[in-house]
Design a protein around this ligand. Structure first.
Ligand code: CA
Length: 359
């Protein structure tokens, strides 16, 4: 036994770590240092601090045997280059959102958020116990990456509007900052989706360059001061009903770790996934109260016919992803099947209870 353990620790591990990664072999007792690159500005509330939490959790659980240093966007590589950077081993880990990698793989979009898709609770059910994780691994396999869910914002807000949305017709000509699939849905509804980095949203809304913007939810939106630039705050965030944030790890770096450190990385992601959702839930409700009571924000629900039209268009847009390639078809079919089943259950559990509580 002793000899076999020794060979495993110093032989195969050393070849894997030294040979493939060009780093020191993972010999017991030696400290391993990993870099985590992120799509978020350093320490960005909720998302960036969620990445920090994950890094700290891995470092603490391993007793410092595996330390992870977090790099904000642009510190080591630009935000949207982290996928490639981890894929080629420039950094061992990345923290972002899978819909950013649509250009690499259309199917990747199903593992963050799709319009009228799954809530946070449903996403976790699909990923951990409904076959979703296996599909996600399959999608990232060709890039040499191992994905994990590592955070969730919960249901986002519909966004900030300078004009009222009373009917489907009000979406026509609406110039709104809304990226990705949600933006494509708005375009089909007659609007003009605009892509803007976070730092340009406030001034664009204030100057009238855009009529509306979505961002995240009350916690992040309050910090951005968006209530100073728009009158109406609409809900729900139909386009991002429970956005999963991700951690991906370079597969060769992961395989070079001893088994216990592999388990720590895997389970730390689960802890971070849960913790971010809890943080968003706690801070969003406090921030919503501040927005409504202190800043007198006009909180509004999208009209039913507007949501119905957006859902119809969303179903079209999401279904088209399936036509892009066979793997996207496979993931889409699994996703849609799970959504149908879980919606039936959520109706008689979460929805029924929430409705009952409100009465
Ligand atoms: Ca958003």
């Amino acid at each position: 036994m002793k000899r076999r353990d020794f060979i495993r620790a110093t032989g195969a591990g050393a070849v894997a770590a030294g040979g493939l990664m060009g780093t020191a072999p993972a010999i017991a007792g030696r400290k391993i240092r990993w870099k985590m690159v992120t799509t978020w500005p350093k320490n960005f509330p909720g998302l960036g601090t969620g990445a920090n939490f994950l890094a700290r959790t891995i470092t603490e659980l391993s007793g410092g045997r595996l330390t992870v240093r977090v790099y904000g966007a642009k510190e080591l590589v630009p935000a949207f280059e982290i996928f490639d950077a981890v894929s080629r081993g420039t950094a061992e880990m990345g923290h972002g959102a899978s819909y950013y990698w649509k250009g690499k793989s259309e199917a990747a979009q199903f593992f963050s958020a799709v319009p009228f898709g799954l809530t946070a609770q449903e996403m976790n059910a699909w990923l951990y116990h409904g076959g979703g994780m296996e599909l996600w691994r399959e999608v990232y396999a060709e890039f040499g990456l191992l994905p994990a869910a590592a955070g969730n914002t919960g249901v986002q807000m519909g966004g900030w509007f300078n004009k009222e949305i009373n009917s489907v017709a009000d979406l026509k000509g609406l110039k709104m900052r809304i990226p990705g699939l949600g933006g494509e849905v708005l375009r089909r509804a007659g609007g003009t989706p605009v892509s803007l980095p976070g730092g340009e949203i406030f001034t664009s809304l204030q100057s009238g360059a855009i009529d509306a913007t979505e961002w995240v939810g009350p916690y992040n939106d309050l910090a951005f001061g968006l209530y100073k630039a728009a009158k109406h705050y609409y809900y729900p965030g139909w386009h991002e009903p429970g956005t999963t944030l991700e951690c991906f790890v370079n597969r060769k770096a992961f395989e070079a770790l001893p088994k216990d450190l592999q388990a720590i990385v895997t389970h730390a992601c689960r802890v971070a996934n849960q913790d971010m959702l809890a943080e968003y839930t706690a801070r969003n409700n406090a921030a919503l109260r501040t927005l409504v009571e202190e800043h007198k924000v006009d909180l509004r629900r999208f009209p039913d016919d507007v949501l119905a039209r957006l859902k119809q268009l969303s179903d079209e847009v999401v279904a088209e992803i399936a036509d892009k390639d066979p793997l996207s078809r496979k993931v889409y079919d699994a996703f849609v099947k799970f959504r149908e089943q879980v919606v039936a259950w959520s109706d008689v559990s979460e929805r029924a209870y929430l409705n009952a509580r409100q009465d």
